[in-house]
Design a protein around this ligand. Structure first.
Ligand code: GRF
Length: 177
């Protein structure tokens, strides 16, 4: 899994007993890394500052994942776009979870933008990753109603609760293929 933040989706996969071979981040302060270590999963950080460019960082990252036997890469709150060399190392085998009903509201501020747009239904999407921003083929989606008085925090909390069911379900199905 690739993570950058809190790691609640990582925790949901750990709690689902899915076979997580390794967890990598672009930030060494991501709390998700603590969750992984607590579960005995190998971790590493691949910071952009240690590499000449994104392509080089992504190739080193891909090699590390391959060395750990990774066959499916799951992005859960990973905040960097992946470059072509990485995607070529894992063809059709990189998935992402996103807090909106894609193709609506791609990008890093989906929850804020859904509230600002006044939509009645937000949602969660699991999709295959391509070189675009949250643009690959959709694998599964679930709606989340927006409630009166919702803030970014309360809406994101309810979307994440849905993600924590949807992502392990889809990953479990992909692992069983
Ligand atoms: C999730 O809402 C996910 O959809 C988005 O980033 C958030 C990650 O949360 N891409 P967490 O780090 O799994 O708690």
């Amino acid at each position: 899994m690739l993570v950058s933040g809190e790691g609640t989706n990582l925790q949901a996969l750990i709690d689902s007993d899915l076979p997580i071979a390794a967890v990598a981040s672009n930030r060494n302060d991501a709390y998700a890394l603590v969750r992984a270590r607590n579960a005995g999963i190998p971790t590493a950080t691949f910071s952009l500052t240690c590499h000449a460019d994104r392509e080089e960082r992504d190739l080193v990252l891909a090699t590390w994942l391959e060395e750990h036997g990774v066959e499916l890469v799951v992005l859960a709150g990973y905040m960097h776009l992946l470059t072509q060399p990485f995607l070529e190392a894992f063809p059709e085998a990189v998935v992402n979870v996103h807090p909106s009903l894609l193709p609506s509201f791609p990008g890093a501020h989906a929850v804020e933008e859904q509230l600002a747009a006044g939509v009645q239904e937000a949602g969660a999407t699991v999709h295959l990753v391509d070189a675009g921003i949250d643009s690959g083929p959709i694998l599964a989606q679930e709606r989340v109603p927006v409630l009166d008085g919702d803030t970014v925090e309360t809406l994101h909390e309810r979307i994440k609760a849905v993600e924590h069911e949807l992502l392990p379900k889809v990953v479990g199905e992909l692992c069983a293929r």
